[in-house]
Design a protein around this ligand. Structure first.
Ligand SMILES: [Fe+2]
Ligand SMILES: [Fe+2]
Length: 249
C-alpha cells in the first residue's frame, strides 16, 4: 500500500514533467532544403559595362599576343629548323600550339565582335623580326627569347585569371522560380556563366602551354645565351610594352 509521502512524491513528479513539456520550445523548422543546381537551372545576370569592356580588352590583347607568339616561332623555325634537325620537332610542336592559341582568339574575336588591335601589322613584323633575329644570333639566344616571352605571357594570363575569378560576380537566379540564389549554395564553377568559364578554361590551358614552352627553352640551353640577362630583360620589356599598347589600341 502506498504511503501518503509516496503519493505526494509521485504527484510532484507528474507536475514537474508536465511543466517541462509546457516549457519546451517547439522543434526548429527544418532548414530549407538545398537544391543541387546545375548550369541549366541558373539564370546569370548581365555583366556590367566595365566587366564587358575588360572582357573585350582581354580578347584583343590575347589575340595580338598569340599572333605575336605565332610569328616569333615562325621566325625561329624558318632559321633553325634545317640547321639543327634535332630542334625541328621541338620548334614545330611549340609553333603549332601557338597557331592553335592564335586561331582560338581569332574565333573569340569574331564571336564577340571585338575589334582587333589597330597595330596588327606592326605586331606581325616585330614578332617575326624578333624570332628570326634571335635565331640568327644563336639557337641559345632564340631559346632565351622564348624564356622571356613565355615568362611575361604566363604572368599576364595569371593576372587575367585572377581578375576573371574575383571581379566577375553576377546575380544568380533560379530559372524556374526566379528566386535569387545564394552564392554559397553553388560551387565556384557554377557561379560563372558558360561563356566566362569557357574563357577562363581556355586561358588557363594556354597559360600551362606557355609555361611548358618556357621549360622546353630552359632544357635547350636558353641560359647559355650570351648575354642572357640583357637579352631576356630587354625582350621582357618589349613584351610588356606591346601588351600595354595592344590592350589600348
Ligand atoms: Fe600561346
Ligand atoms: Fe607559347
Amino acid at each position: 500500500m502506498l504511503t501518503r509521502r509516496a503519493v505526494q512524491v509521485a504527484s510532484i513528479r507528474r507536475l514537474s514533467t508536465s511543466s517541462t513539456l509546457l516549457n519546451q520550445k517547439p522543434p526548429p523548422s527544418s532548414p530549407k532544403e538545398k537544391k543541387n543546381y546545375t548550369k541549366d537551372d541558373i539564370k546569370y545576370g548581365p555583366l556590367s559595362q566595365a566587366q564587358q569592356a575588360y572582357l573585350d580588352r582581354v580578347i584583343r590583347v590575347d589575340q595580338a599576343g598569340e599572333l605575336g607568339a605565332n610569328y616569333i616561332y615562325k621566325g625561329q623555325y624558318l632559321i633553325l629548323a634545317n640547321k639543327y634537325p634535332h630542334l625541328k620537332p621541338v620548334l614545330k610542336h611549340m609553333w603549332e600550339q601557338e597557331i592553335h592559341h592564335h586561331n582560338t582568339f581569332n574565333n573569340l574575336q569574331t564571336q564577340r565582335r571585338v575589334r582587333p588591335s589597330i597595330l596588327t601589322p606592326l605586331w606581325k613584323l616585330g614578332a617575326l623580326g624578333m624570332g628570326m633575329g634571335t635565331a640568327l644570333i644563336s639557337k641559345e639566344a632564340a631559346m632565351a627569347c622564348t624564356v622571356a616571352v613565355e615568362t611575361v605571357i604566363g604572368g599576364h594570363y595569371n593576372q587575367q585569371l585572377r581578375v576573371l575569378t574575383n571581379q566577375y560576380g553576377v546575380k544568380l537566379e533560379d530559372k524556374v522560380t526566379g528566386e535569387a540564389i545564394d552564392k554559397s549554395d553553388v560551387s565556384k564553377t557554377l557561379q560563372a556563366s558558360d561563356e566566362l568559364q569557357g574563357l577562363k578554361n581556355q586561358i588557363s590551358q594556354f597559360r600551362d602551354d606557355e609555361l611548358e614552352h618556357l621549360d622546353t627553352a630552359i632544357e635547350h640551353d636558353a641560359k647559355k645565351a650570351v648575354p642572357y640577362i640583357l637579352l631576356t630583360e630587354g625582350i621582357k620589356l618589349i613584351c610588356r610594352g606591346a601588351i600595354w599598347t595592344a590592350e589600348r589600341v
